[in-house]
Unconditional design. Sequence first.
Length: 276
Amino acid sequence: MADEQCCVVSHEKILDQDYWDTQYKANTIGWDLGEASPPIKAYTDTLEDKNTSILIPGCGNTYEAEYLLEQGFTNITVIDIAPTLIRNLKQKFANNTNIKIVLGDFFEHQGKYDLIIEQTFFCALPPAMRQKYVWKMHQLLSDNGILAGLLFNKTFDVSPPFGGRKEEYELLFAASFDFLKMDLCQNSIAPRANAELFFELKKNNKVVVNLYNFRGLTCSGCVDTVRKKFSEIGEVRNVSISSNFAEVLIVSINEIPLEALQSVISYDEKYKINKV
């Protein structure tokens, strides 16, 4: 999979704005297909409402947005953190009023969208940010909003991209979203054959999805215990803890008072939880 070896770094590399901007300045973007991904093209071809509000985060050269514009869609927003890329996109689409191009941090972005398209954004984030990803996606989608796109169904020895497996994703998105589809792609480009999942998730608007900072966790055994204790709270439907033990995603029927969450973990005085 030569196209996935574009920006090989260790897991400890800081994947910040400077890092991604450097990739675009140097044109070291081997993940770039040069066109919209076939599975996403096929999916967007099924969309009938051309006024659907669409967000593409971590948009890159945003061939998907270009394809949507060609098909007559009128309400597209793309966002990326790399200034060099955004300058190029603003020049490219300077005369098109149907696309909004945003330079910024996706996790600080505000708005409501009917559809968010996932294409190589999730896999560019360090795995410790996946709970935050679910939380923000749920926040940005309208009540019946859809999150759809591609996820890798494999792991990598060097990253980014950061991979994963279907079973992990099902646990991560459980309760926050209703699963409409999560299947192995049959129309991936050849280098990614049998390595991509196409997914379509509908926002569950009957739950509250909150993200919390957590201090004091140091091992996987402790994580399992804390997860179990939170899960035993009556209205909680899913608990997911980040791989660096620093954040907890809690999905519940109603808002759980912070005091109640702190009480559950009070058996260990070093455990502290605060809402993001």
